[in-house]
Design a protein around this ligand. Sequence first.
Ligand code: AHR
Length: 661
Amino acid sequence: MNLKFTALACLTALTFNAAAQKSMPIIVNADKSIAKVQPTMWGVFFEDINMGADGGIYAELVKNRSFEFATPLMGWSVKGKKISEGDVLILNRQQSPVNNPNPRFMRINVRDAASKTDMGIVNEGFRGMGIKKGLSYNFSVMYRQAAPGVKLHIELLDEKNNVVGQTVLVPAESGTEWHKQGVSFTANNTVAKGKFGMWLEGNGVIDLDMISLFPGDTWKQRPGGLRSDMVQLLADMKPGFIRFPGGCVVEGRDLATRYPWKKTIGPVENRELNINRWNTEFKHRLTGDYFQTYGLGFFEYFQLAEDIGAQPLPIINCGMACQFNTAELVPLEQLGSYVQDALDLVEFANGNVNTPWGKKRAEMGHPEPFNLKMMGIGNENWGPQYLERLKIFTDSLKKHYPDIKIVNSSGTDPNGARFDFLNNALRKNKADIIDEHYYRSPDWFFSNATRYDSYDRNGSKVFAGEYAAQSDGIAKPTNQNNWQCAIAEAAFMTGLERNAAVVSMASYAPLFAHAEGWQWTPDMIWVDNLHVYGTPNYYVQKLYSLYKGTDVVSITTGNKAVAGQDSLYASAVVDHKSNELIIKIVNASKKVQTRSVQLKSNNKLPLTGIHTYISNDLKAVNTFENAVNVSPKDERIAVKGKTLPITLQPYSCNVVRLALR
Ligand code: AHR
């Protein structure tokens, strides 16, 4: 954000409109802490939906790299004038020597191949492959050959099949064992929808598996890592937590396709592919090529959390598949292995390296614990069946790990019979944290800014686990991340912040969407193969997260919370680490509003502060072409003694930071 110290801003206090004096003053009492803001207050919700993981943040460019998709050659084409029937086969080693999580491989019989047009395979990528000029690319493959004889020519191709990067890999080993080998090369052009090609030269039979290509600019340059541009946007938010892996993927359409965290760790070639439940969820957004490779698995999620300074919040299946789909249940007497998954997950994250699961973490390169403090049991599960299962998990987790806080589901909606049933029961059971979800209209968000004002301060804490204002129906192409939705969320979030005594965590959902691979709208961050942009909602989330403060202080007008009077919504915090008073005010009206904020503080107040604001037309959106159309601007704001005169632009979200001395 640019800090513009404009003459205009300096003069604000002097030229302040007399109208401000007539309105009811807004009063901030900066000296008295009302509640602590939890470090986890503002976080992110990650789910592999909308090609968020495979085809998104997981930087693998090859789709169906191990031929395990339902259709083994999905994403691949086989080409060449020397290919005869039976020369290119998919084999399945399921039973040999033991059950194999990645059973299929490709066998190519190469005969007198000498040029590109003789024998080759091409991979189309997820929605094409984003290729960047000057960037190195890391190709790797698992292969097996009885005797040397085949060379692999690797190519990056543009939309017109021009070669924009190439290298040769000569498989060095032979015999009956599988070997992994790789080579790096550089692209000489930028392409939005490139492809990967491999043509073969020589004579012999070669078996291929895990045909993989990663860009060299992954986050922290980790091999097989994450798209750095996408991670950077998360890191920039400084989120207090990251919830993973969802969302409905935790539940699966049925129990067989639920999220199996234990199968997502260890060497990637041993991670068993699973269908993504969003593959078939919405008829108007069928995504037949959506599978989970688990290249981004639980180890990587924990590592990501650590990298961006967020507390990890894994959610695990509670013995119930999605109740909108099959609603399959694990009989109570068979819940043991599910509960064991929860216990083992704590050991995987926190156990010392001599424990069975701590050892696995160490073998993956992280002997230090990940410092797991909380876990969600179930996603959007509801009904007495949920309570029965939750109790079994809770008893066991509390017995073995009494310090782990458990996030409980309150179902799919923030009100209604299902919600009331669970909310009452969970509060009676003294649940640690209750996860509430709201996908509602902007009006709902405005009118629920006071939702938590009356919640019991000493009861269960609330996790506003999934929320997003909807400009239209969920998952419609016309459901937009516009400023109207974002400003409604900003208003609602002042209510969350004011009630930090009750609300300990909050996250917008979903997080990522690929412009050509989405199932659900709206989404916080949009990507294509080369670009990424934050929506207006992203910038609101970021502002609240960066300036979350440590203590809530009172901000009132006429002795009441500022929650809709004159279309204003406000909250205030003090940050005892940076010694700042931070005031957030949303002006949800179409008028400029001028206000005198009276500051009660024993601290010496500064002469100026920083006023960060976003203001725009309600229909305004960000796009790939204009990624920061709706984004914050900074200006200096003058303080007049104990008064902060402020001009609030129409439809604006404002954050003022004043240094306290
Ligand atoms: O955020 C998208 C979906 O919304 C989540 O998977 C689910 O929990 C909710 O219904």
